[in-house]
Design a protein. Structure first.
Length: 365
């Protein structure tokens, strides 16, 4: 195992042992607080373009299995952990984390002070970073980062190119893929839904011609304002077809209804975020992975109502439309990984489809 270095945009350097691919990596450095679930985190398309650092000290001790992927091809640019287990023990394990990273050409780093790195990110916010070989000039790497921009087309990178169907005999659901986790499909198929997954840039006319009972706007990476096509589509179909937004889909629904979003200092990443249901006062523990949030003050002049609030920092965690069957949450109701406290929201969505006054007004394809 040879040495590599992590260089942050501000010039901070961490030296550790290389895992995964021998290539270099460039991306936004973020942290995830999950104690388990590293396989789902790595394969979450919402991490596209990021170098993900796990705050829990030992990662990889149950290996990598065939069942827990959230997408077939991971989109992260790099992976960091304090210690990675070389000899995992679990009956489902089929390979080590190191071999998985190598197979997907993802460079990684272990043996660094991840507590220090977490504190830096929490204090200064997320920033550009690179994993590079030992010996590269810090000043030259910093200059390269200053000249390089973080991607703005992550949704295009992660969304499906062509529509496809997951057959079922229940409600007809159109899922708009902005970088979808497979956990969303698992929850919908549990409920016998007939699912049509469509690309992020599907037009309003195409959506209406599918004649769905409901639409799910999925999670995804990046800035919601980088997906104007989706905002336009939502504006055209809201009130005509019930909508359920998740994570990025939540932010896009808010933008389509006239609210605003903003970049967070270091975002939310992990499976232990407490969220309060405003109507009932009940608190749920949720899984989250996002770097942008809806501005609460911007809801004032819209038809949106705050339904959930994140307790740690009082950010918007859920909204609903006052007049139309449309609601969304910033967290992952399908979890994967994390607690399953809020999976009931899929049932809530299906129930809304039973009584949709707009159903039947649009035309079958």
């Amino acid at each position: 195992m040879h040495k590599k270095q992590l260089i942050l945009e501000d010039g901070t350097v961490f030296t550790g042992d290389s895992i995964g691919s021998d290539s270099s990596a460039f991306g936004e450095i973020v942290f995830n607080t999950g104690m388990t679930g590293y396989q789902e985190v790595i394969s979450d398309p919402s991490c596209c373009g990021q170098i993900v650092m796990m705050t829990y000290p030992q990662i990889g001790n149950y290996g990598v299995n065939r069942e827990d992927f959230e997408t077939v091809t991971p989109f992260i640019h790099g992976f960091i952990a304090k210690e990675v287990c070389d000899d995992p023990s679990n009956f489902r394990s089929v390979e080590t984390l190191d071999s998985y990273l190598k197979a997907h050409h993802i460079p990684g780093l272990t043996g660094i002070d991840t507590r220090k790195l977490t504190r830096i990110i929490r204090q200064h916010g997320t920033m550009k970073a690179m994993i590079v070989p030992i010996g590269e000039s810090v000043q030259e790497v910093q200059a390269r980062m200053q000249e390089s921009s973080l991607p703005t087309d992550q949704v295009k990178q992660t969304s499906t190119v062509n529509p496809y169907v997951v057959p079922g005999r229940g409600k007809r659901i159109t899922v708009v893929d902005f970088g979808m986790k497979h956990g969303i499909l698992r929850e919908l198929t549990k409920r016998q839904c007939h699912i049509t997954v469509v690309p992020y840039n599907y037009s309003p006319d195409q959506m209406v011609r599918l004649n769905p009972d409901g639409i799910v706007l999925t999670n995804g990476p990046g800035n919601p304002k980088d997906v104007p096509e989706a905002i336009h589509m939502i504006k055209q179909i809201i009130g005509r077809i019930p909508i359920f937004g998740i994570s990025l889909g939540h932010q896009l629904l808010a933008l389509a209804c006239g609210a605003d979003t903003e970049k967070m200092k270091f975002g939310h990443g992990g499976g232990n975020y407490p969220v309060k249901d405003v109507a009932t006062g009940r608190t749920y523990i949720t899984s989250q992975n996002h770097g942008y949030a809806v501005k609460e003050a911007s809801l004032a002049h819209t038809d949106l109502v705050l339904t959930h609030i994140a307790i740690n920092d009082n950010t918007v965690a859920g909204i609903k439309h006052q007049d139309y069957p449309a609601f969304s949450v910033q967290f992952y109701p399908e979890s994967a990984p994390g607690p399953e406290d809020t999976s009931y929201l899929f049932d809530t969505f299906i129930e809304k489809l039973e009584d949709n006054p707009a159903k039947g007004e649009h035309t079958h394809a």
